[in-house]
Write a protein that binds this ligand. Structure first.
Ligand SMILES: C[S@@+](CC[C@H](N)C(=O)[O-])C[C@H]1O[C@@H](n2cnc3c(N)ncnc32)[C@H](O)[C@@H]1O
Length: 455
């Protein structure tokens, strides 16, 4: 048997720069928003540093070709640097880019996407990419859905709630979060006090806050506080929850199965959000987009870019609750959506019925295994996959079917890989644009329209 052997001398050579300090110049930002510098043949990632800055760093992790470093000081600050607005920013893993101006964040995101697409050969057959204006968000108070992690500490017998630190996954207790809607952020501290009064506080998993359904003009749209609790609530805890619900004007639910949440009277809770004239019902644990304003602008742009007409037959893959399909349905002959979570498929079909869209049908299927229905009649395709992307779909679809393919991506790496497959099948990038869905974080959302080449 061959044994892979690394000598101790080699191992220690890799790590011999740990804790040493160096002066470096930051060349660029990586996909996670970290500054990137070159140091003695290695690439070093420096959290919090910006391009053009000359910085002093301390190496905290080191491998043969890459290292991570802590930022010690900056000798010349970038013009794009600004003071982070959140007191928890340095410790919390929720945001990565608050030290960069909003305009700088958008330029950086477009650069990351452009770089990855170039690397994957998107420019082999066309000379430039047709970038469109970014759909811009307000940069705080935009998050309508959030999951707070909860942690019971045996020693202090208390629960912390907050976000996980990016580096070690420990929970950073937060008292407020300015990227959330204010009506969610103001619940964080009262919730921490509440859960610490529970009889079974060890049983806490996480807490989801959701205001996606709240319309400013609708008085009954209360935020949802959804508990993942590993035991049924005790009578005493139920009493505390009831009081909290009244005091803070929220609806409290408990997650009892993957997609089922019940209220304090054990009744399943279904909510509705409104999007371009359609009403879409959902449960607080279902996937919904996190930025309501950008979601609306994104769906409107999808409708515009797909240039829909009454002869179109649209296939919406990774359709969720019908977020794209339902607003699209009015404009076209028919829409079919495919989704992997059965319960969401049922809800999407219910949503079509609710909106009297008889030409809108939803199907259950694992898209990693391909499209489970006959896709030969559809002439336009919409893809909105999770971070893993839609590799198998892009490999297996019959390119001849679709005149236009609209790809909505939350991960530029999988987009770059999948789009290359479409280009090889005879498509050209007709439009591309950023969606500013997650300001102040390094998450990047992109929309690309692929057009079938004419022979
Ligand atoms: C980014 S979300 C988009 C949902 C929807 N288009 C929207 O705008 O709300 C991705 C969706 O893909 C679904 N999904 C993930 N992997 C899947 C798979 N292998 N097969 C089918 N659906 C999948 C998820 O359940 C989720 O609803």
């Amino acid at each position: 048997m061959v044994q892979i052997y690394t000598s101790n001398a080699k191992k220690s050579k890799k790590r011999q720069d740990i804790n040493k300090t160096f002066n470096v110049e930051i060349a660029t930002l990586n996909q996670h928003g970290e500054g990137v510098a070159k140091l003695e043949g290695k690439v070093v990632f420096v959290k919090g540093a910006l391009p053009t800055e000359k910085v002093k760093i301390k190496i905290i992790d080191s491998k043969k070709r890459v290292a991570s470093a802590q930022l010690i000081s900056i000798s010349n600050k970038s013009e794009e640097r600004r003071e982070p607005f959140c007191a928890h920013y340095q410790a919390c893993g929720g945001c990565q880019l608050q030290h960069l101006t909003h305009a700088g964040q958008l330029l950086y995101k477009q650069d990351v996407v452009a770089g990855l697409l170039k690397k994957h050969g998107w420019l082999d057959k066309q000379t430039s990419l047709p970038w469109q204006a970014t759909i811009k968000s307000k940069e705080s108070a935009y998050r309508t859905r959030v999951r707070l992690a909860a942690y019971y500490d045996n020693k202090s017998r208390s629960v912390s709630i907050g976000y996980r630190q990016a580096s070690n996954k420990k929970i950073v207790q937060i008292t407020q979060c300015d990227i959330m809607l204010p009506q969610l952020s103001c619940l964080i501290e009262p919730l921490r006090v509440l859960v610490n009064r529970f009889t079974n506080k060890q049983a806490i998993g996480h807490i989801d806050l959701n205001a996606f359904h709240c319309e400013p003009e609708k008085q009954d749209g209360k935020p949802i506080v959804n508990f993942r609790f590993l035991k049924p609530f005790s009578q005493q805890d139920l009493a505390l929850l009831s009081t909290f619900q009244l005091q803070h004007n929220v609806i409290i639910t408990q997650q009892i199965a993957q997609n089922i949440a019940v209220d304090l009277n054990n009744q399943a809770v279904t909510l509705e959000y409104y999007l371009l004239g359609k009403s879409i019902s959902f449960s607080s644990s279902d996937f919904t987009q996190i930025n309501k304003d950008i979601n609306q602008a994104m769906v409107a742009q999808a409708i515009d870019w797909l240039d829909l007409n009454k002869n179109d037959e649209v296939l919406d893959l990774y359709c969720g609750l019908g977020n794209f399909s339902l607003p699209i349905a009015d404009k076209v002959k028919r829409v079919a959506g495919i989704e992997g979570v059965l319960d969401m498929v049922d809800k999407a079909q219910h949503n079509a019925n609710l909106n009297q869209l008889t030409h809108c049908h939803f199907y259950h299927g694992n898209l990693e295994e391909g499209v489970s229905i006959d896709d030969t009649k559809f002439n336009k395709l919409l893809l909105d996959p999770a971070r893993a992307g839609a590799e198998n779909i892009c490999k297996t679809i019959q390119a001849n079917n679709f005149d236009l393919i609209l790809y909505v991506s939350c991960n530029p790496s999988s987009l770059a890989r999948d789009g290359r497959l479409l280009i090889e099948k005879g498509y050209t990038v007709a439009k591309i644009g950023l969606l500013d869905m997650f300001p102040n974080t390094s998450h990047i959302e992109t929309m690309v329209l692929f057009k079938k080449n004419t022979k």
